[in-house]
Design a protein around this ligand. Structure first.
Ligand code: SF4
Length: 423
């Protein structure tokens, strides 16, 4: 597993973009830049760009540390400090990294925050995580309360509630740390750039409706969402990246090519799957190989919607700058109720002509895992397609049992074969 992996040009480019962002963060204090710590779901990146502020996403640091095999030691450090084995491993990885000198995953130091912005989109752990960070840093905290979509819709009063908080709490806090007045025109420019990148991202994700699919919408998908779910939404760099990525994918469709895997282009698509749940990061490549060795391609996934569900038609709208930010926060996957998630997954199975649903239930993420068995049964019932359940973790290497996971995937694909023969 150590030989170098095949990579798409877009994959190399996004890696460079993320590395450049970490380099900017390392220089932030000397460049006089202010820094905000915040989360991917419900992030308000365009607003930060309007103030020239740099965002740090703790869960991105954790997953990047996981992919670089650094998370195990950080988790051990956090557990030594008393954090239980059951706590979300992103949190423990982040706390362990902080206590080990706050050196980011690329080996460069991370700047301390000037502001903590908790945009609360459905995961209770977010709140506990920021309580821990609040104890570590001497800086103001803003918590944006985003109402849960309990009834599966956003009402005017929900939207107004969030917009009021943006106006009366977050914007004044950003004005105070930067000494800059809120400039709505700057925000609108960023939002217009977001919408352009979002159009191209949706085209890329929906390209998986083709046979063969030119992309893997889970393992490849996590690379595609990297720039837009982090520091680049609302920038020209994101517009350029997604335009070129779309062209790359359209070229593969024209040539009838399958997805690029670490072992080269997949030549035979035998199974088309929908996947629910985050991936395992510590054994990411080994995990992916278990799928592509069997000719299994993920054609749609919910994880690639965690920082924004754009394939339901939502786009950031520069004509309604604060309202659109509120709608975005309400619509994040972690803020959707179970019936909406079931409907979304059943639609994916149908629209992407998938053979079934695979749920990767992550031990430490209650936000995703709660209700997944119910989701599995409902999607099976509604689509008549086979569904299965595997268990791994995000960044804790102790919770990836390769033999068990491989067995489950192989038995599941045999079940898909049986269903096909019986049809
Ligand atoms: S519990 Fe899940 S959604 Fe919440 S912070 Fe941890 S990984 Fe993220």
């Amino acid at each position: 597993m150590s030989e170098s992996a095949h990579k798409e040009p877009s994959q190399l480019r996004q890696k460079q973009m993320i590395a450049d962002h970490f380099a900017r963060l390392a220089r932030a204090k000397q460049d006089g830049k202010k820094v905000v710590y915040t989360f991917v779901p419900g992030n308000l990146t365009e607003l930060f760009h309007a103030f020239g502020v740099l965002p740090v996403y703790p869960e991105i640091n954790a997953l990047q540390s996981g992919m670089r095999q650094k998370s195990g030691a950080y988790i051990a450090e956090a557990e030594k400090l008393g954090h239980s084995e059951d706590v979300c491993t992103y949190v423990k990885c982040d706390i362990g990294m902080l206590k080990s000198g706050n050196i980011g995953p690329t080996g460069e130091p991370l700047p301390e925050p000037d502001l903590l912005v908790l945009s609360y989109t459905g995961c209770f752990t977010f709140m506990k995580w920021f309580e821990l960070l609040k104890e570590e840093y001497d800086c103001p905290v803003v918590m944006l309360h985003v109402p849960y979509q309990g009834d599966g819709r956003i009402t005017d009063s929900m939207r107004r509630y969030v917009v009021d908080q943006l106006r009366t709490e977050l914007i004044p806090a950003l004005e105070s740390i930067t000494g800059t007045r809120y400039d709505e025109a700057r925000l609108q420019e960023a939002l217009a750039l977001s919408a352009r990148a979002e159009d191209d991202l949706v085209a890329v994700l929906e390209s998986a409706k083709h046979r063969p699919s030119p992309i893997d919408a889970y393992f490849g998908g996590v690379y595609y969402i990297g720039p837009i779910f982090t520091a680049f939404r609302g920038t020209q760099a994101a517009v350029d990246y997604y335009r070129d990525l779309r062209a790359e994918v359209e070229d593969r469709i024209a040539k009838g090519l399958g997805p690029v895997t670490p072992d080269g282009v997949l030549t035979e698509e035998k199974y088309r799957l929908v996947v629910e749940g985050p991936p395992n990061w510590t054994s990411f490549r080994e995990f992916w190989k278990m799928f592509y060795d069997e000719g299994a391609v993920v054609v749609a996934s919910t994880y690639t919607k965690v920082g924004g569900v754009y394939d339901n038609g939502f786009r950031h709208d520069p004509e309604r700058p604060l309202e659109t930010l509120a709608d975005y926060c309400h619509g994040c996957y972690t803020n959707l109720n179970l019936p909406t998630r079931v409907e979304m997954l059943a639609r994916y199975v149908r629209d992407y002509d998938a053979d079934g649903l695979l749920i990767n239930s992550v031990k430490s993420c209650n936000s995703f895992s709660a209700g997944q068995l119910l989701i599995l049964r409902e999607v099976e019932k509604r689509t008549g397609k086979a569904a299965t359940f595997i268990e791994t973790d995000l960044v804790d290497p102790r919770y990836f049992s390769a033999a068990n996971v491989k067995n489950r995937i192989e038995s599941y694909l045999q079940m898909v074969d049986q269903k096909r023969r019986a049809a």
